[in-house]
Design a binder for this molecule. Structure first.
Ligand code: KG4
Ligand code: ZN
Length: 337
């Protein structure tokens, strides 16, 4: 079952092909970051227009690298949400049109399910029960994954997503968009103990997050700097990053222990963060938990993770109707009560 997937939920035009065993034959990404940087964030209309321009070259390159032709594809799939409506429509409609033209099935994929399952790609044991932390630009979720398709939302952010906090704090201190990778880089030469930023919601028993207080704490600290901002940036970044990492690691480990799960996974764009990856390795080891984190190439938006979900669905006969629309607010899992 050779699977092709297209991902256009935000500002990356991506396509990927998996072989019948679920191995990645090709995964191509055309990023629009440079176009959006001038605006300090993603401009939806600019994103949609550029997906249209990039779609054909990205698809052709993906097929070339995979060494397959369109008639050899057995299943076409695309992200259906969550994301920007116009951006989603470009990739979703392309995949549906290809499915129709080649008389092959189509599969709709939830972008967050792509992130959620990405740590299992290439794992011989496949998908296994775990507590999953999904941290991206729009989401911060703690999910109890029991098996494929059985996801229970145990914790969520009450305000900003972790990636959003990285991006907003970076903007506040004059770093370019997207802020996450910039903060990651500068933190390497900063002191994580220089500023005592709050670890919000850590003392609470629930599994929710809040990052707006931390963001405000960074803002207030800017009024009290004893050196020019440029010289304080590494310490500000490292201290902010440490506060985020501290909360994410502790809450994830705590939920795994509460639920009696022996495996944790971390996924989504923020799981690219070098300090977060290191801290999870140390904490999971100390707690005796198995840790799965996707390689950095699969953490930020890509189509390989979308193809992986489609491949899983195809094996279970879970195909979609061509009439199925995109949904910018598509949900992954409902909260447990
Ligand atoms: O998963 P993703 O590519 O897109 C969404 O689905 O949102 O995540 C993008 C987010 C952005 O907020 C970006 O700043 C953050 O992931 N990010 C990072 C790093 N790389 C990307 N945050 C912290 N450290 C990084 N190295
Ligand atoms: Zn994403």
């Amino acid at each position: 079952m050779t699977t092709l997937a297209i991902e256009t939920s935000c500002d990356e035009t991506a396509a990927a092909v998996l072989d019948s065993e679920g191995n990645v034959l090709a995964s191509e990404i055309a990023t629009q970051i440079d176009l959006h940087r001038a605006y300090g964030g993603v401009v939806p209309e600019v994103a949609s227009r550029n997906h249209l321009l990039k779609m054909r070259p990205v698809l052709l390159k993906t097929l070339e690298v995979a060494g397959v032709s369109l008639p050899e594809i057995d299943v076409f799939s695309a992200t259906a949400g969550p994301g920007l409506a116009g951006a989603l429509l470009t990739g979703n409609t392309t995949a549906k049109a290809l499915a129709l033209a080649h008389k092959k099935p189509f599969i709709s994929v939830n972008h967050m399910e792509g992130h959620l399952l990405s740590p299992f790609m290439g794992q011989p044991a496949g998908i296994q029960p775990c507590v999953a932390l999904v941290v991206s630009g729009g989401h911060t979720m703690l999910i109890h994954l029991r098996e494929f398709g059985d996801y229970h939302l145990c914790g969520n952010t009450r305000d900003d997503a972790a990636g959003e906090a990285f991006d907003k704090v970076a903007k506040m201190i004059g770093l370019p968009y997207p802020g996450g990778p910039e903060i990651d880089k500068l933190s390497k030469v900063g002191d994580p103990k220089a500023y005592d930023f709050p670890r919000s919601m850590l003392s609470r028993k629930d599994h929710d997050f809040s990052f707006s207080g931390l963001k405000t704490a960074v803002l207030y600290s800017l009024d009290k700097l004893n050196k020019p901002l440029k010289d304080c940036r590494p310490d500000l970044c490292a201290s902010f990053q440490e506060a985020v990492v501290d909360v994410l690691t502790k809450k994830t480990i705590r939920l795994a222990q509460t639920l009696g799960e022996s495996c944790i996974t971390v996924s989504g764009g923020v799981s690219c963060n070098s300090r977060l990856r290191k801290a999870f390795e140390v904490c999971a080891h100390k707690a005796g938990l198995k840790l799965l984190i996707a390689p950095p190439s699969l953490t930020t938006d890509n189509a390989a993770m979308i193809a992986y979900v489609a491949w899983q669905k195809a094996q279970r006969g879970l195909f979609s109707m061509l009439e199925e629309d995109v949904d910018p607010n598509l949900k992954l899992a409902e909260a447990t009560v």
